[in-house]
Design a binder for this molecule. Structure first.
Ligand SMILES: *Cc1c(COP(=O)(O)O)cnc(C)c1O
Length: 377
């Protein structure tokens, strides 16, 4: 039987490198609450990402949630529904109302031509998502936000290490939130960060990460516990040493996919964006059933019959989640709806072999079920 290929595989340092890194944690007995590893990783990531200030958080979700809280926003936040649950949940969980804007059909980020018509006197912020490593139209968004006095919070979970015109992607907007979850290009097991420039915002965020505690006897914010611990920081320090090499390996995989899949009728690929240093985070394909001859779901099942596990990422739209039925206005987002019905992200990780990529592409080229596997089930 052919071997299984999962959609992702977490990057890890060698066991020796990690045990070396955590030795001084045993000596200090300092496990969490802004320790030495936390400080070291903060400094290194600030530099690597090319941002002014950075606050580590327990995960990417709390980075978004606490950034929204620290800004003291009210009313409506314009966002897109073609994202992970986290983005929309963060808006709702902080008492704000998401207003859904449609996306571009090619790069899947916010369609800025539809943004301004959604701004009302209740709008306080824009929360766009850099999807699959495709960056948003940061210039247009900045211009619109300035004219309407709105805050901009980027969900940058997919864009670790990317630059636009040589500038760190996390330095755009008032705030950018990264995720360092195990499945991301760079991981700290679980973790995240808020990148920002405003010092006052930073102080308030720092307190909110630790229950809103200002000092031993003063609690000024209704905070949470979103502290980033020393073991995750140690993992982050190790993985940061290898992330450039991992991205280079991912690039090889992506180039092979592109070469093999570029001329298949009915299959759309992600665009290559100008002036962007890519991180090769995801490889989505867009299946047009009329021209490809199979639906996205059929292709997903056929690949699975060969032991190849893909992901319908993102499907469904967050605006279609059961928990929001009758609660949220899903908005008018036909492009996002169509994209969610056609997208399939293929296996992609640094150690995926080019032979495996070829095997995946051959099946996509001749999509037939592996019947032997069906029968042996
Ligand atoms: C992963 C992800 C998040 C959440 O990050 P966690 O670290 O898993 O909490 C938010 N938004 C997007 C787009 C993501 O992919």
């Amino acid at each position: 039987m052919e071997k299984k290929i999962l959609v992702t595989r977490s990057s890890m340092p060698s066991l020796e490198e990690y045990t070396d890194e955590i030795k001084d944690i045993w000596e200090s007995h300092w496990l969490t609450n802004f320790g030495k590893k936390h400080a070291e990783l903060t400094e290194k990531l600030t530099e690597y990402l090319g941002v002014k200030k950075l606050q580590l958080t327990v995960n990417g979700h709390m980075a978004i949630e606490l950034a929204l809280t620290a800004m003291g926003l009210r009313g409506e936040v314009i966002t897109t529904p073609f994202t992970f649950a986290s983005t929309t949940h963060a808006i709702i969980r902080t008492g704000l109302k998401p207003v859904f804007c449609d996306i571009n059909p090619d790069d899947c980020t916010m369609d800025v031509s539809k943004l301004e018509s959604l701004i009302t006197d209740k709008t306080s912020a824009i929360l766009p998502i850099h999807v699959y490593g495709n960056i948003c139209d940061v210039e247009a968004i900045e211009d619109i936000a300035k004219r309407h006095h709105l805050k901009v919070i980027y969900d940058a979970a997919h864009t670790f290490g990317e630059t636009y015109k040589g500038r760190g992607i996390g330095s755009f907007g008032d705030v950018s939130a990264f995720s360092f979850h195990a499945t991301k290009v760079y991981n700290t097991i679980e973790g995240g960060a808020v990148c920002y420039t405003d010092e006052e915002f930073g102080r308030s965020l720092y307190e909110l990460v630790d229950f809103g505690i200002k000092d031993e006897e003063t609690v000024t914010g209704v905070g949470s516990n979103a502290k980033f611990n020393e073991f995750c920081a140690a993992m982050g320090l190790c993985n940061l040493r290898h992330v450039d090499a991992e991205i280079a390996k991912r690039q090889k995989v992506v180039e092979r996919y592109r070469e093999k899949l570029k001329d298949i009728p009915g299959l759309g690929l992600k665009p290559v964006q100008k002036d962007v240093k890519d991180n090769f985070a995801y490889f989505p394909i867009f299946v047009d059933p009329q021209n490809y001859g199979k639906t996205r779901n059929e292709l997903c099942d056929i690949l699975a019959s060969h032991g190849i596990y893909t992901r319908k990422y993102f499907y469904p739209l967050t605006s279609d989640f059961d928990c929001y039925k009758g609660v949220l206005d899903p908005g008018d987002t036909p492009v996002a709806k169509k994209t969610a019905s056609q997208v399939l992200t293929l296996p992609l990780f640094a150690d995926l072999s080019l032979d495996d990529v070829d095997r995946i592409c051959d099946i996509i080229n001749h999509p037939v079920d592996d019947l032997s596997r069906r029968q042996s089930k």
